[in-house]
Design a binder for this molecule. Sequence first.
Ligand code: ADP
Length: 626
Amino acid sequence: MATKKFKTEVTDLLQLIIHSLYSNREIFLRELISNASDAIDKLKYLSLVDGSLKGFSFEPRIDISFTEDGKRTLTIKDNGIGMNEEDLNSNLGTIASSGTRKFLSSLTDEQKKDSNLIGQFGVGFYSAFMVSDKIEVISRKAGEDKAFRWTSDGKSSYEIEEAERSEQGTTIILHLTEDGYTFANRYEIDSLVKKYSDHIAYPIYLEYDKVNYNYEKKDDKGEPEKTSEHVVEQINTCSALWRRPKSEIKDEEYKEFYKNNYYDTEDPLFYIHTKAEGATEYTTLFFIPQKAPFDMNYADYRPGVKLYVKRVYITDDDKTLLPTYLRFVRGIIDSEDLPLNVSREILQENRVMASIRNSSVKKLLSEFKKISENNPELYDKFIKEYNRPLKEGLYSDYANRDALLELVRYHSSSRDGYVSLKSYKEHMPADQKSIYYLTGGKEETLKASPLLEAYKKKGYEVLIMDDDIDEIVISSVYEYEKLPLKAINKAAAMDDLKEEGDEKEKEEKKDLVEKIKKALADKVKDVRISSRLVDTPAVVVNDDNDPSAQMQRIMKQMGGPEMGDVKPILEVNASSPLIRKIEQSSDEEYVKTLSSIVLSSAMLQEGIMPSDPVAYTKAISELLSK
Ligand code: ADP
């Protein structure tokens, strides 16, 4: 028997693992199962390619058993590739990766206490020392006759000796510490396997003694007779569906998988299964639920996407997996290239993860687009549920804004249902140079707005943006395919409607404008002659850089700063009878009353409460009684 000292970095690593991962020590089982699965992967591969093991036949399996009496042990056994003496020395006596070694030596004592840092590398096998005071590894390499036993207390040295093992593979026997005793338990093991390793592609069996009570037969103390039965039961479902070739998976299987794993009784609206090969290798399987998850618009919504590394569950912290606006997506990302113990903090900065995330977003958006083109009926259902989160994306995901602009839909002043920007553009008359929209209220109010009159007359469509987030979102989008987006309740949009003679009219009506301005004193920012009104006497609009009334209301609701007086601009229709009356009157009081009624009515039309409703009603009754 040879006793060997661990390389110093192993001793360091062991200390580091025990200290920093202790609170999460249950992960040791995941690590050991994952190693077993890798070992089977390796042997399977070698049995398929040319070499001495080609044609090697075996039934892959992983077996877990435990003893409860006396010194408790937990055993994990696989029939994978196995290790010979040299492998045991190099794999379990040193840290294989030079990157890990370098990383470890670069840590300061302070950093070593930080449990997040440890997650950067695969702690793997050594994590089992968090629950064991002695570990035996009995292994026989496939194609070789001799087996070896590696034994260590995880302190500073290990021993290797010859041993017996009837077939290839590795048996790991953990001699549990007092703290680790809880893991020598059928229910604990079962739940850990289901939590972390359910999708391991090979069957995992748990061996235990099942106690049966016979209530028909009582012993002299009146207790029912106990008999025990030795049971070997498969505890994982092996259902790594996403790993199978797409061509072999039936539609029904996808649907069943979705319903079983995402607590939905309905089939998904659609699903997207992608296998990426090349620089980064990964598989994604995404599902879109029929109905938006009930908590989609809550801050503490339940995330729906899980990250696996080589079929081992890592995290469901979806903020690092997909952008928040895609929080309605359910599914799996399974990477071949990430380290198993990658922590959330590290994930956020991990390049492989970033690349998977970017391509997943692109894939999802491009699939949504395809559906919008090829299956409008399905897309209608989709957009009814998910228009709003996609609009959030316009605001938060600048890199994908162009793709998102093709996906979002709006109501329209001239058509029923939802309209895309693309279709808006196709409907534009030749002389129209901008995309017009109106925000700030309910669909019905907006559709009745007098601001629409002139646009309708010219045959211009106006997008009706009645979602509360539209205004915030759309003000950050300046153009679509080189066409500027203009809010028609802003002053600038009027310039597009100018016709010949407008300038002359403005000159002629200078006195009228001054008269109303004087009458309204500090209630308005400006008074202008409107080019966009047909029947209505006046409208209020906002200066281009001022927030609209709706925006001010939202800011106030969200507890934002009081905006002070953001005064509107009053646009008057010089040819309307009411405005004419003002023009013709020389009674200052009368002009004042009329002007204030015009202003308040214009505000009411847009769903804005006049600042002094009492004065408004008073002015009206005064007028009526005259
Ligand atoms: P990692 O799995 O991240 O490489 P580990 O410390 O868990 O790190 O394992 C070190 C090495 O030991 C593995 O790379 C593998 O070569 C070998 N090994 C561990 N467990 C087994 C096993 N059950 N069968 C065969 N080889 C194993």
